[in-house]
Design a protein around this ligand. Structure first.
Ligand code: 5AD
Ligand code: SF4
Length: 437
């Protein structure tokens, strides 16, 4: 019986979104139903992100605000999970007397017993890394309402240690799930009505490389695409250095593979890429982009860029803009560099002023808006296959995702939800397309 209410707020990346779904599944067994209202909930959990400084402070502010719900007499469990929890551990319990639970990124399987303890008034923090195969068996699965498109974790953690990045410290070493488990999870999802899967990991294209028994990522993609009932496959995120020719070839050989790829460049300057420890050059990145475009001319790229990395000169920054001109991303996530304690880059001299960094970010975003607009305009008049996922923004409209990942709204009946339909694009907006069935 679900007689208690759980309120979760999720920050940061898709990994956290996925973990939050796992948490909802696990705590349902303890009688917790998800709610959108923190005030009336019996438990509040913040699933946190520490990849940039701002996100961390946001968590502290949010916790301070949510505390108002923990009024005298009312028993409410307050928990912090995710990357800030992993990083701060016990310290959070010491700093925040109203906090009950701190749960690290490798410890989700302990959450049910921790919550039972907290219901009896115990405070507890668990943040031990499990960097062996045991972690795979502790991987709680998601049972949930059936949706058409679902994330499936294929690997966790990261071994790359890019000099700016906190992820290897808060998510631990890279570990790949067994392909047999991944494939059976996807078959199960198909039975629940799922038509599209998005293979998820910090660095999916190094999947299986550390194991003799598992397929490589391209082989895994072929196996996933071979599953009957799956109509479309995507993946995120991939590291350019691990973008092998074999994987590039999948964009021609695997028709179910989506024509959109997220390939974070981080910078267009060789000097900065070297300081970042990314393991590729501007030229080798662009060579891969050109190969992908040659194999699949309609492919679209999305990416991540950091501006204002320590020592980034005006010339370095212009290299980034020129890389953007060559790639022409349809969408770009851009960030001002934020030093993360314990990372190598945090020791570099960072003497660029905030004003310069923000001005660069503005220029970059302006260029990106132009590219998004120009690329989107080229779709007008074309026909796209859209997986209809739900109602649209306006009455009478339905909405779905095209193969290239763009949201497409069009006038149509809700009976279309769940099917792939051909839609002719009539208008392009910054974040979506409007079409006709
Ligand atoms: N500062 C700014 N951006 C960062 N990212 C990761 N670490 C930092 C940092 N310290 C960005 C990268 C990464 C994305 C998820 O977040 O662009 O690809
Ligand atoms: Fe961070 Fe680099 Fe690993 Fe991505 S590949 S998670 S940026 S260390």
């Amino acid at each position: 019986m679900l007689d208690k209410l759980l309120y979760i707020e999720t920050f940061g990346c898709q990994m956290n979104v996925n973990d939050s779904e796992r948490i909802v599944t696990m705590l349902a067994d303890l009688g917790y139903a998800a709610t959108n209202d923190p005030a009336s909930s019996d438990m509040i959990l913040l699933n946190t992100c520490s990849v940039r400084g701002g996100a961390e402070e946001k968590v502290y502010r949010r916790l301070a605000n949510l505390r108002i719900y923990k009024r005298d007499g009312k028993k409410q469990i307050i928990a912090v999970g995710g990357c800030v929890a992993q990083q701060e551990g016990e310290e959070l319990l010491r700093k925040l007397p109203y906090l009950d639970l701190v749960i690290g990124t490798h410890n989700l399987h302990l959450l049910p017993e921790m919550v039972r303890g907290a219901e009896r008034g115990e405070r507890r923090s668990e943040t031990t890394f499990i960097d062996n195969d045991q972690r795979l068996d502790l991987f709680p699965s998601i049972k949930g309402e059936s949706r058409l498109s679902r994330f499936v974790t294929v690997m966790q953690g990261c071994d790359n240690f890019c000099s700016y990045c906190i992820v290897p410290f808060v998510r631990g070493r890279e570990i790949s799930r067994r392909s047999a488990d991944i494939l059976s999870e996807i078959r199960q999802l198909v039975d629940e009505g799922v038509r599209e899967v998005i293979l998820l990991g910090q660095n999916v294209n190094s999947y299986g490389l550390k194991s003799e028994h598992e397929p490589s990522f391209p082989e895994l993609l072929h196996q996933v695409a071979a599953i009957d009932g799956i109509n479309r496959v995507r993946f995120t995120t991939s590291h350019p250095k691990d973008m092998s020719d074999e994987l590039i070839a999948c964009f021609a050989d695997v028709p179910k593979l989506s024509g959109q790829i997220h390939l974070p460049a981080q910078s267009g300057s060789d000097a900065v890429l070297k300081l970042m420890g990314r393991g590729y050059t501007r030229d080798s990145y662009l060579a891969k982009v050109r190969k992908l475009k040659a194999l699949r001319p309609d492919i679209v790229f999305t990416g991540d860029i950091i501006v204002g990395f320590p020592g980034e000169t005006e010339a370095d920054f212009e290299q980034t803009l020129s890389l953007m001109e060559e790639v022409r991303y349809i969408d770009l996530f851009s960030f001002v560099y934020s030093p993360r304690p314990g990372t190598k880059a945090a020791e570099l001299v960072d003497d660029l002023s905030r004003t310069v960094k923000m001005a660069r970010l503005d220029r970059l975003m302006e260029l990106q808006r132009r590219h998004t607009r120009e690329i989107s305009q080229t779709y007008i008049g074309s026909v796209m296959s859209v997986l209809v996922e739900g109602e649209g923004k306006l009455p009478g409209q339905v909405s779905g995702k095209a193969d290239i990942g763009r949201i497409v709204n069009f006038t149509g009946d809700t009976s279309l939800i769940g099917s792939f339909v051909d839609v002719k694009i009539a208008k392009a907006y910054p974040n979506s397309l409007l079409g006709e069935l």
